[in-house]
Design a protein around this ligand. Structure first.
Ligand SMILES: [Zn+2]
Length: 239
């Protein structure tokens, strides 16, 4: 069967539905069929948005769609068949691939790439031989709802990626502080999972804490963080 074009649908539905219709294809999985009144200069008509898979709708499904558009939920058998077909088509769609994230290292004030290179050379010379060192990126700027604390950095092991919160890309945040956040996240990548006696995973186990304390900026970075966290939260909420 040749795929049904928009023109085909408009002709087909136009012959069966008592109001003007315009048809567009879309990709919405949450609303594979949408009836939008008064759009596209149709006055009393409807814009019908159909998922692309309606290109291959069999005749019965096309008739069921027209029946639903004429009579709504009162066309019960047609609605049930249409729903079933839509569900099957949705289930058969390939899983959505997460949009590839663009890594940004060059901030307005701090260059994460350069900072990371320095931190890795200084403190991680013995790590990251079998596994590569994590990539780094500034996190996305999106308004935050945090009130008390803010996650300044995070490490995602599946992607071997460290993200740094963009509030730290500011003139009044010293480079050494950003470097200490990188150091903390690199430790997550470098130190294998630690567990307590009961086998529970420890996010910051004794080996982690011991190595973190050896960092020469550890004390002043805790102090700096305590002093500035309120300002960062306010900034993140405004972002
Ligand atoms: Zn941590």
């Amino acid at each position: 069967m040749t795929p049904r074009t928009v023109e085909h649908w408009e002709r087909f539905l136009g012959e069966r539905v008592p109001y003007p219709v315009a048809v567009r294809y879309g990709r919405s999985r949450t609303a594979p069929v949408q009836l939008l009144p008064g759009r596209a200069g149709l006055g009393a008509g409807y814009l019908v948005r159909l998922h692309r898979f309606f290109e291959h709708a069999p005749d019965e499904v096309a008739e069921d769609l027209a029946a639903w558009m004429r009579a709504g939920k009162r066309a019960r058998a047609a609605c049930a068949r249409l729903d079933r077909w839509i569900h099957e088509r949705c289930d058969a769609l390939p899983p959505r691939t997460p949009r590839a994230e663009r890594l940004t290292t060059r901030g307005e004030h701090h260059d994460l790439e350069a900072l990371a290179r320095d931190v890795l050379a200084r403190y991680f010379a013995e790590d990251f031989h079998e596994r590569p060192a994590p990539a780094v990126t500034w996190g996305r700027r999106a308004p935050s709802r945090a009130r008390r604390s803010l996650r300044l950095g995070s490490y995602q092991s599946e992607r071997n990626l460290v993200r740094v919160h963009p509030v730290l890309d500011s003139a009044d945040t010293p480079a050494w502080f950003v470097a200490s956040v990188l150091h903390h996240e690199f430790l997550h990548a470098a130190i294998p999972d630690e567990r307590d006696a009961a086998g529970r995973r420890l996010h910051h186990g004794p080996a982690f804490r011991a190595r973190e304390r050896r960092h020469p900026d550890h004390a002043r970075s805790l102090e700096w963080q305590a002093r500035h966290v309120g300002r960062w939260i306010r900034r993140a909420r405004r972002a």
